[in-house]
Design a protein around this ligand. Structure first.
Ligand code: C5P
Length: 325
């Protein structure tokens, strides 16, 4: 029996430009993602019992178990859990390989630190980590490109969680090119992620975008080299670049998010933006100390459920350990 542990990052959108929907209902996107130091850990283990079992444990920032989210995750239909869906795709490939005899049974444990339904790609990070872990477990030898293609079929944010760093997504936001790898010397971006009391459905926010944008969205342009340089530079330059076309529709669905945004600006954030389709609001700080200060100042705001300081860019999905058990 073997056990492999992998991790993958949640994300914040530095930019998110949305075009008019195509006939399949999806929207063309030009999005710049930054992987964050909030990571999901997925541990996969071959098991004698056939089938795929999953257990999810969610944590708060202080490392204690988030009982409410853990209970809610226990009720999620495994068929819709992205880690399970990812594992099943690779399980089918493994059934034809040298590990065929051990491919029938798999147990998955997800240690969750990225908030659920927050616009931070927590579910997609589960899928990304599960893909990398199962690729190693069954020695499938799938390339980064092949994992990207499988990731894309599971969800539009999975490729960004695989890639990490600062990456541009085009198409449905799922065709990635890395703009900046993670390097020790590069500028860090410090954030406070301001969680709402209740999640927001991504399809609902896109539908509201369509309603607001009935006249048709403008043509999408990729960022210019100057814009890319600013997105990858320090916070003083980044703060002028943050933009999210889903912010207006998300605010229509959740007017109280305006209070969170205003409170973050009043508290001295360099810039404030919605993360993905929300409802998490991301406040950009000058440095780690400023982020800590913003988090304590904003945790008492009534519309904020939790304020989590974090930073980016972080590395993409990667193996943490492999063990024979
Ligand atoms: O791909 P994923 O399952 O993460 O997308 C969730 C939903 O978000 C889709 O069902 C669709 O309604 C919306 N979406 C979209 N255009 C995109 C990405 C997502 O309309 N490029």
């Amino acid at each position: 029996m073997r056990e492999v542990r992998a991790s993958a990052p949640g994300k914040v959108n530095l930019t998110l430009r949305v075009g008019a929907p195509t006939p399949d209902g999806y929207h063309p996107l030009v999005a710049v993602f930054e992987a964050l130091n909030l990571r999901e850990t997925v541990t996969v283990r071959t098991s004698k019992a056939p089938g795929v079992r999953v257990e999810t444990i969610a944590y708060l920032s202080d490392g204690s178990v988030d009982e409410a989210t853990t209970r809610a995750m226990a009720d999620v239909d495994p068929a819709t859990h992205l880690a399970v869906r990812a594992a099943r795709v690779l399980q089918r490939l493994a059934a034809a390989g040298p590990w065929a005899s051990t491919a029938a049974g798999l147990s998955i444990r997800v240690d969750k630190r990225v908030p659920v339904a927050g616009g931070m790609a927590g579910g997609s990070a589960d899928a990304a980590a599960a893909l990398v872990a199962c690729n190693e477990l069954w020695e499938l030898g799938l390339s980064g490109e092949q994992l990207q293609a499988i990731g894309r079929s599971l969800g539009a944010d999975v490729p960004a969680c695989l890639a990490g760093g600062i990456a541009l997504g085009t198409g449905r936001g799922d065709h990635m090119s890395v703009l900046r790898e993670v390097d020790e010397a590069g500028a860090q971006h410090h954030w406070v992620m301001l969680l709402a009391h209740e999640g927001l459905s991504t399809p609902d926010v896109f539908r509201e975008f369509d309603r607001l944008d009935a006249a048709g969205a403008p043509a999408l342009a990729e960022p210019t080299p100057e814009e890319v340089a600013a997105l990858c530079a320090g916070p003083e330059e980044l703060c002028h670049c943050l933009v999210n076309d889903l912010q207006a529709p998300a605010l229509r669905l959740r007017p109280e998010l305006a209070e969170t945004i205003r409170a973050a600006a009043d508290a001295g954030a360099l810039a404030v933006t919605l993360s993905g389709s929300g409802p998490t609001v991301a406040a950009l700080a000058r440095d780690a100390e400023h982020a800590q200060g913003l988090a304590s100042a904003l945790s008492d705001v009534p519309t904020v459920a939790r304020a989590i300081p974090t930073c980016g860019p972080a590395c993409g999905a990667r193996i943490e350990s492999t063990e024979a058990i």
